[in-house]
Design a protein. Structure first.
Length: 254
């Protein structure tokens, strides 16, 4: 059978299988389980419950501005306390539907959500992925990885790297210090808690050196974790570090 005919038969079989699966397991919203037109999608209600972050926003922190004053602006927060990383981008605010999706991925073993969230991240972070030479997930300490069984940042980074066609180095950065939970800590306490927490593996230095690194995580809060991880990568020779997350905390002072 000619190669083209084989491909056509294979395509027909896949379509038939997908159709059968769709009948037995109708596609549903990843947020509320309501019926949707396609798998791994959001229904209109959940989609409208996401606070998407779009321009105008601070070019450093990625936090939204209330009014558009032109491109390339930096927020007062970024000027007063410049981050170690160069730029941050996020799909949306960390509230409502977005918070629920992150919690399901992170604590509910819903690794299937990474496919949708990762694709949204790749879209929102196009200006970062275009400049990136390597994608690195923010790592978990081995004890936390053991208890959680997977690193949500790593599964998101895998999707982003595949979508953006940028090399992925999942083991380049390690968390060598077991830190306390960041929830409830002040900004200064968070920074102190993360002091010396990250380290680039010696064998990964050749990958990192001279490259612009894109750090991937699920949520950006105060930026303490991103700063600590970025500092370790810069010390290992990275030319610059950007960070891309699915959600970020946005406050009036951001």
């Amino acid at each position: 059978m000619p190669t083209r005919a084989v491909r056509q038969v294979g395509m027909m079989l896949r379509l038939g299988w997908n159709g059968a699966v769709g009948i037995v397991y109708p596609p549903s919203c990843i947020g509320c389980q309501a019926a949707t037109g396609e798998a791994q999608a959001l229904c209109p209600a959940c989609w409208s419950g996401i606070g998407f972050i779009e321009r105008p926003y601070c070019e450093r922190l990625g936090t939204p501005f209330a009014v558009d004053l032109g491109e390339g602006l930096v927020s007062p927060a970024a000027i007063a306390d410049p981050p170690v990383f160069a730029r941050a981008r996020a799909v949306c605010r960390f509230d409502g539907t977005a918070r629920e999706l992150v919690h399901r991925l992170k604590y509910g073993d819903r690794t299937d959500l990474a496919s949708t969230l990762g694709r949204m991240m790749a879209q929102a972070g196009r200006d970062l992925t275009c400049d990136a030479g390597l994608i690195v997930p923010v790592p978990l300490h081995r004890t936390r990885l053991w208890s959680r069984r997977f690193n949500q940042a790593a599964v998101l980074a895998q999707v982003v790297a595949r979508q953006a066609r940028v090399p992925l180095a999942p083991m380049a950065l390690s968390r060598v210090k077991r830190t306390h939970q960041q929830v409830g800590l002040t900004r200064a306490q968070r920074a102190d808690n993360l002091q010396g927490a990250f380290k680039v593996h010696p064998e990964a230095r050749a990958q990192v050196e001279g490259r612009r690194i894109l750090l991937v995580d699920d949520v950006l809060t105060t930026g303490s974790t991103a700063n600590a991880a970025a500092r370790a990568l810069l010390r290992a020779g990275a030319s610059a570090v950007d960070i891309l997350t699915f959600a970020r905390v946005v406050t009036d002072g951001s």
